[in-house]
Write a protein that binds this ligand. Sequence first.
Ligand code: AR6
Length: 331
Amino acid sequence: MPLEIVRNDITKMTVDAIVNAANSSLLGGGGVDGCIHRAAGKGLLNECRTLGGCETGDAKITGAYNLPCKYVIHTVGPVYKDGKHNEEALLESCYKTSLKLAKENNCETVAFPLISSGIYGYPKDEALKVAIDVISDFLLHNDMTVYIVIFDKEAYRISEKLFSDISEYIDDNYVEKHMDYRFESRRMAAMMFEEERKGICRSEMLFSEDLLEDKLRQIDESFSQMLLRKIDEKGITDAECYKKANIDRKLFSKIRSDVSYKPSKPTVIAFAISLELSLEETEDMLKKAGFALSHSNKFDIIIEYFISKGNYNIFEINEALFAFDQSLLGA
Ligand code: AR6
C-alpha cells in the first residue's frame, strides 16, 4: 500500500527512514524527538551536533544508530499560533523536503509522525490533512511506501463534521434498520421483469444484438478482465488507476498478468473507488471476486457513505476508516 496510516511507536518501524519532529537546534527534546534519541543512543546526538541546526520547514538526514531503520530524517515543524502565520505552508514544506531527502537517499519505505501536532500545537485533524495531501501528491509521481504513524489513537481525530456525519450514517444503516439498497435494487429488477412480461416496452431494455453479446461475454469475465475493461471504458491509464486506488505498482502488474487473480475485498473496493463506480457497479465488481457489501459491518457502511456522497478520494476514505478502527483500502 503506497500510503498507510498505522498505529505504532515510530522507533519500532522497520523502514528505510523514519522522520523526526525535531526543533531547530536538532539537539533533542521531548515528544517523538525524545523517543527517537533515547532509542537511537548517543551516536545520533553526536552526529546531530555536526549539522548546525535546521530551519523551520527544512529537513536534514543522519544515520539511525540503534534504531531498526537506516536513516533518521530530522525536520522542524512550525509552532502553531492561530493558523495565520504561514503554519500550513511550513508544515507542507516539512513533508516535501523530508520526502525529497528520502528519495535522494534511495529510501523505498518512510515513516512520518504527525509533525507539529504535539508540543507545537498544530490541530491534529488539520495536521493529518496536510500530511495526507502532500504525501499523496508525492506518490502520484514517485514509487515509495509511506507510513503515517499515529502514536496516541485517542488523540487522533478526523474533522468533527466528517466524524459525526459518518457516525450518523452508521447509526441509520447498521444491521438493516432501514431498507437495504440491495433489497431495493432487487425490488426494481422484479418490477421491470413484471413490466416486460406485460409487454411494456422500456427503451433501456431494447438491447441490440451486439450489446447482448457484450453482456454475455461479461458474464464469463474474471475480476482482472473486468478491471482492465473498466479502465478502458473510463479512458484512464493503468497508472492513474492504481495510484488513485492506493495500490502498489508491482501488485497491479501481477493482477494485470494473472487472469484468475483473486483479490481481497479492500483491494476490489480500492479499484471501485479509483474508477469512481456507482454503488451498483461496485457491487458487480465485488461479486466477481466473491464478495458483497452488507449493512451488518461498519467497513461496508463507511464505503457506502463515501460512494453515495460521490467522494472518491481514497486517502480521505482511509482517514475515516482508520478513525473507525477499520482496515484500510489499497494493497
Ligand atoms: N511515535 C510516533 N509518534 C509519536 C511518538 C512516537 N514514539 N511520540 C509522540 N508522537 P511532538 P511537535 C506523536 O510533540 O509537535 C520536541 O520537544 C505525538 O502524539 O513529538 O512537532 C521537539 O524537540 C504527536 O502527534 O512534536 C520540538 O521541540 C506527534 O508525534 C517539539 O517537540 C508530534 O508531537 C516538536 O513538537
